[in-house]
Design a binder for this molecule. Structure first.
Ligand code: ADP
Length: 248
């Protein structure tokens, strides 16, 4: 359980779940349900108010923080793309240590290889035109792909995506999730979204509501349960079908 410092209200209450190595977990639920807070606790940005979080059976407060953080690669909704080159945006501090071949491979996996290869300076092209006459302006979706490439470059065993596709059309979102699923094949991955398309790729789904996990299981199990998850899923599927964009 958790409440933010100096707050009376519990934002998470009696949340308990186990994430297996290599598992893909989808965390869904409406805005304010506590999804991001859960991630902040996993990353130890805050410590839990009651209970504990264990990694391999050891309380995460007992690990050296810098070592612990090396396990995670995260893409938050408000990721930043810098006015550096494409390659630098992917490798960041590791730019000198990351080979061009590896960066090109990441661009390929991230679905940006074709776009970047069309630029005169390829991956050495600067982002944006503010400081570079021949800088490249990528679309919102392409910038999101670049942020995903960055997460991939860190090559951490646990990848967390916190609504990195918010603001994208359902079709673009679907494309990114399919792509990313491929990219994190051998890793543990946690996806957070208020859209349920992301959960189709996952082994387990946790539906958060008002700080609690109200449904937990595989997609098919939750559809058969015919509870809130199934209801929201059908509603969203209908919306996508009405929009004529993605048939689920
Ligand atoms: P979600 O990610 O599911 O949209 P959040 O975890 O962001 O939900 O928020 C859960 C609840 O915690 C909300 O009621 C929100 O207002 C509250 N909250 C989020 N951040 C803070 C904070 N820094 N201080 C106090 N309350 C917060």
């Amino acid at each position: 359980s958790f409440k933010y410092p100096r707050q009376e209200r519990y934002v998470l209450k009696n949340v308990s779940l186990k994430i297996q190595a290599g598992e893909k977990l989808s965390i869904v639920g409406e805005n304010g349900a506590g999804k991001t807070t859960f991630i902040k606790l996993l990353l130890r940005l805050y410590d839990v108010t009651e209970g504990k979080i264990l990694l391999d059976g050891v309380d995460i407060r007992h690990y050296a923080y810098s070592d612990y953080l090396k396990l995670f690669s995260t893409v938050f909704q408000d990721f930043k793309i810098y006015a550096f080159t494409v390659y630098e945006n992917i490798a960041l501090a590791q730019t000198d240590k990351t080979s061009k071949e590896k960066l090109d491979e990441i661009l390929e996996k991230g679905g940006l290889a074709e776009k970047i290869s069309q630029l005169k300076n390829g991956g050495y092209t600067y982002m944006f035109r503010e400081f570079a006459e021949y800088g490249v302006e990528l679309s919102g979706g392409e910038q999101q792909k670049l942020a995903l490439c960055r997460a991939l470059c860190k090559d951490a065993p646990i990848v967390i995506l916190d609504e990195p596709t918010a603001g994208l059309s359902p079709l673009a979102e679907h494309e990114i999730y399919s792509k990313f699923h491929e990219m994190v094949k051998n890793k543990t991955a946690i996806f957070i979204s208020h859209r349920l398309t992301s959960s189709l790729f996952c082994d387990k789904i946790a539906l958060f509501s008002d700080g609690r996990i109200i449904e937990y299981g595989a997609h098919q199990e939750l559809m058969e349960l015919n509870g809130s998850y199934a209801e929201i899923f059908k509603l969203q599927a209908k919306y996508y079908l009405d929009e004529g964009e993605v048939a689920l």
